[in-house]
Design a protein around this ligand. Sequence first.
Ligand code: ATP
Length: 265
Amino acid sequence: MQLQLKNIHKTFEAGTVNENHVLKGINLNLEAGEVVTLIGGNGAGKSTLLNCISGALQPDIGSVEIAGIDVTNWSNSKRAGLVSYVFQDPKMGTASRLTIKENMAIANRRGHKRSLRRGVQKDDLQMMRDQLSRLGLGLEDRLTMEVAYLSGGQRQALTLLMATLLRPELLLLDEHTAALDPKTSEMVLALTEKIIGEEKLTALMITHNMADAIRYGNRLIMLHQGQIILDVSGEEKKNLTVVELIEMFKQQSGSDVTSDAMLLA
Ligand SMILES: Nc1ncnc2c1ncn2[C@@H]1O[C@H](COP(=O)(O)OP(=O)(O)OP(=O)(O)O)[C@@H](O)[C@H]1O
């Protein structure tokens, strides 16, 4: 099992008037190679769930196993050797004032305490060029350019490459194309699919776009008020339509999706 979540609970501001029980007993198993899209309305708990997996947040109850290792009590940085993530904001996954080469060098040390003094060797440079050329964006010829000068899409593509440079046991994508225009989003999603496929990664991807949730991955999960209310895979998922998905949401949750960002698909 690549990911095993057992009875995850998370409450924010416990014991105050603002107490918010966000995750209510999440159980989820992901087999190696599964690519899961995660949808749900605003505030459903999607990011909180990913944060509990990455270690950015600690669940109050429950356990997290990644690639057979119980990481429940591991810090975010200790989990970095196992889990990689890409966030919505293209500025978050890369260091603006550093060059593409320097960013790639950092990615090449993810989860390792290897000395920063080692510097970039000649064979590292060739590896970087080869890796960057996979993106098809010509970044391999701009190794000494500061990342700040890249477009949002180029930057997110680079972030994705960096997150997978050292093969993670699990790749977490938190609406990683939501800040991009539709065409660029499509480009980054196509690259995401390519990299996940080539590296045979296990991935969990949050999206607000229902059409993308159906199109990508082999399994789709819907979260509502901190619980999994829908879990479809294989042919059933492939044959889903956005209209059916909205209908299922209404049935399962007992509420409407009107004015919800889920409809922005
Ligand atoms: N650090 C925090 N402290 C207090 N409340 C939080 C914190 N993080 C999230 N929340 C609350 O938890 C709830 C779930 O948030 P979360 O970001 O997980 O939802 P989401 O499903 O990702 O929503 P969206 O699609 O809007 O991003 C929200 O009500 C949010 O305000």
